[in-house]
Design a protein around this ligand. Structure first.
Ligand code: CP
Length: 316
């Protein structure tokens, strides 16, 4: 594997999930694989889980890890070609990415969307420039439109905890105070559409995700209807795809409470974290037995380790 940016980079999703679950049982079985190999984790935006879980995964495989908080410690990057760099950008991404590729065997990049120019975000301009210029395999640590390591961890979690062969999984929109990217819900939808689950998306009118990510999903504006008989409920806010990046008022209350879970099949509640308590998701749910958000975050290690193992095997 030379690129991990979406579910489309994975030939057999179920095999990768099984690999991750094997690694969870025996984390140090491949400690020699990463010997004398280095991964650079490059963050253009903040992170807790992605940073720590990917570091842990690389260490479990015996790799060396370098972390660069590009947004705080790196030079400001120019992305455009054919511009005179007489503004705030100090270094062009062509040189920056190519130089990183001299120091690392694998580069992993986090870059959020600007939420202003849909074409720029959905063409993954920043992430794709890293891929184009660094010259080594690249892992997405969340890009403008997808968060594949999160989605793989989510699928690992559902596979581990499901009580029936084909569980009902619901992705529900939740309230927030600011416009958030569509990367997590896009990605979750894309992975669920490839998994053996019954998948429903519930969102208010005006918050439809881009159709490219939701083919095969049932989509409804009725959260109550969607929750009926659900086994897993994935809670997440996102801003509108159309008009892009905007937040329009929602009259109904979309925050989940224990009362709303009564019609589910004893559903487990998921969220990628960080979560704003009592805005996106109620404290009573987060503090209760239905929440599996910490378990889910723990599985980020095995998702990252399975992907890095595939990449290391490809390095030879
Ligand atoms: N879920 C997730 O990616 O968390 P971080 O932003 O803290 O990495």
């Amino acid at each position: 594997m030379k690129l991990f940016s979406s579910v489309n980079d994975v030939p057999d999703v179920q095999l990768l999930v099984k690999e991750a679950l094997r690694l969870k049982q025996n984390p140090y079985a491949h400690k020699d694989l990463g010997e004398n190999k280095t991964i650079a984790l490059v963050f253009l935006n903040p992170s807790l889980r992605t940073r720590m879980s990917t570091q842990k995964a690389a260490l479990n495989l015996g790799m060396n890890v370098m972390v660069l908080n590009m947004d705080k410690e790196g030079w400001a990057l120019e992305l455009r070609d054919n511009v005179i760099m007489n503004g705030t950008a100090v270094e062009h991404i062509r040189e920056a990415a190519a130089v990183m590729g001299q120091y690392a065997d694998i580069i992993a990049v986090r870059s959020f969307p600007g939420l202003k120019d849909r074409d720029e975000d959905y063409n993954e301009v920043i992430f794709n420039k890293f891929v184009e210029f660094c010259g080594v395999p690249v892992v997405s640590l969340e890009s403008a439109t997808r968060h594949p390591l999160q989605s793989l961890a989510d699928l690992i979690t559902i596979t581990e905890l499901k009580k029936r062969d084909r569980p009902k999984v619901v992705l529900t929109w939740a309230p927030h105070i600011k416009p958030l990217p569509q990367a997590v819900p896009n990605s979750f939808a894309e992975w669920m559409c490839r998994a053996d689950v019954e998948f429903t998306i519930a969102n208010p009118e005006g918050y439809e995700l881009c159709g490219d990510f939701t083919k095969g999903a049932i989509i409804t504006h009725n959260q109550h209807e969607a929750l009926a008989d659900a086994d897993f409920i994935y809670v997440k806010n996102w801003s509108a795809y159309e008009p892009y990046g905007k937040v329009s008022p929602v009259s109904e209350d979309w925050m989940l409470t224990n009362e709303r879970l009564k019609i589910t099949n004893d559903a487990k509640i998921m969220h990628c974290l960080p979560v704003r308590r009592d805005l996106e998701l109620s404290s009573e749910i987060l503090n209760g037995s239905s929440s599996i958000v910490v378990h889910e975050a723990g599985n980020r290690v095995w998702a990252a380790q399975a992907v890095l193992k595939r990449m290391l095997e490809g390095l030879g």
